[in-house]
Design a protein around this ligand. Structure first.
Ligand SMILES: [Zn+2]
Ligand SMILES: [Zn+2]
Length: 390
């Protein structure tokens, strides 16, 4: 079979697997689990993959709900990883649609395993827990789980269909100010007001904002602000997220933000503790060659891309970290109307809607077809890697 015939066969196989793929998505949706507690979801996905002949390894990288499912094709290389996410959000359930991500990756991999093993290299599904703030992929990268993988792909539910969306680096930073309490009316001169440290930090950051490049986001809340109006607060704290589009500038901005707090501490005569989050999400590094292949496949099965710029509506994800290590794509697909956005109850409903489910199946096809192109055209792989290196 040539590549086009293979693609038609794989599309037919995904249609045959349709009830199973939809069931995976529905089951995971029906039992939302938070970061690092996705036991049911990883059970559901791995038992499906095991039934389709994959070799399963659970608890990889020391994470109990992470897994790999692999199948070796006739040719040795390349190794294509389908990334699965499956964590949900507190209170909102599957309001980011991760139930569909696992189903797409498992469905595409199973179709290839069943029909295209003769033309394939290594097909591997990597189950990555805790995308929502837990940084599961970062831990798996550190443990070497992605070593030997040539290309990674996944597809994420969204309010729009777009092959490339940029993402910002982000880190979580908490400033805690320590002062000295005192009666706020009788002995204010004996006190050191920790809340002043927080308020000045907030205002310093607002002044800093004007002097920063575009594509920077700094946003925060006051988490501790004192106990009563007649007590000078001896302790106050604020927590911020700092985001930028590139890693070099990220370090510079982070230092400037810390200086805002240091200056505030000096002015308010407080002690300052700075706690920077244990890990940072890195910006997304697009791969235009691999994205182009995906786009062609998407078009060929009738999925239209929305005309929305790469830098519109930028968030952050640990897929950013992976995209810095190996060529990665993270196309988004609409599962409802444009005003139905991620992290809302409406989005959670769209994640099992008829329209959303039909889109999920189409994306499963586009993902499988893209992997076939990668397996069948070694020169494309070279081009993808050349672009990645530059
Ligand atoms: Zn999300
Ligand atoms: Zn998400």
């Amino acid at each position: 079979m040539n590549t086009d015939q293979l693609k038609s066969a794989v599309i037919k196989e995904i249609d045959r697997l349709n009830p199973e793929i939809v069931k995976l998505s529905r089951l995971i949706h029906s039992k939302p689990e938070l970061a690092y507690k996705e036991f049911f979801a990883s059970d559901t996905l791995t038992s499906f993959l095991k039934n389709h002949g994959f070799k399963i390894e659970r608890g990889i990288g020391g994470l109990p709900t992470a897994f790999t499912a692999s199948a070796a094709g006739r040719i040795k290389a390349p190794a294509v990883a389908f990334i699965a996410e499956y964590d949900a959000l507190p209170k909102l359930g599957h309001a980011c649609g991760h139930n569909m991500i696992g189903a797409i990756s498992a469905g595409a991999a199973a179709a290839l395993r069943n029909l295209a093993l003769d033309s394939a290299g290594r097909i591997i599904v990597i189950g990555t827990p805790a995308e929502e703030g837990g940084g599961g992929k970062i831990k798996l990268i550190e443990k070497g789980v992605f070593n030997g993988i040539d290309i990674a792909l996944m597809a994420h539910p969204s309010n729009k269909t777009r092959v490339i969306g940029r993402m910002l680096a982000v880190v979580d930073i908490t400033f805690t100010f320590i002062g000295k309490s005192s009666h706020a009316s009788s002995f204010p001169y004996e006190g050191i007001n920790a809340l002043d440290g927080v308020i000045l930090t907030y205002n310093n950051i607002n002044a800093l904002r004007q002097q920063l490049k575009e594509d920077v986001r700094i946003h925060g809340i006051i988490t501790e602000g004192g106990q009563a109006p007649n007590i000078i607060p001896d302790r106050a704290a604020a927590r911020f997220y700092v985001r930028t589009l590139d890693m070099k500038y990220f370090k510079e901005v982070l230092e400037k933000v810390k200086d805002c707090a240091r200056g505030a501490a000096k002015a308010a005569r407080c002690r300052l503790r700075i706690d920077t989050g244990k890990f940072a999400y890195h910006p997304f590094k697009p791969n235009y060659t691999l994205s182009g292949i995906f786009r062609e496949n998407m078009k060929s099965i009738g999925i239209k891309e929305d005309l929305i710029g790469e830098r519109d509506g930028m968030g952050s994800s640990d897929i950013g970290n992976l995209s810095q290590v190996i060529p990665t794509i993270h196309p988004e697909f609409a599962i409802g109307k444009m005003n139905v956005v991620n992290h809302s109850p409406e989005f959670a409903r769209a994640a099992v809607s008829k329209f959303g489910t039909d889109m999920m199946i189409k994306m499963t096809k586009a993902a499988a077809m893209t992997a076939l192109d990668v397996f069948c055209y070694p020169e494309k792989v070279k081009e993808i890697k050349r672009e990645f290196k530059n």
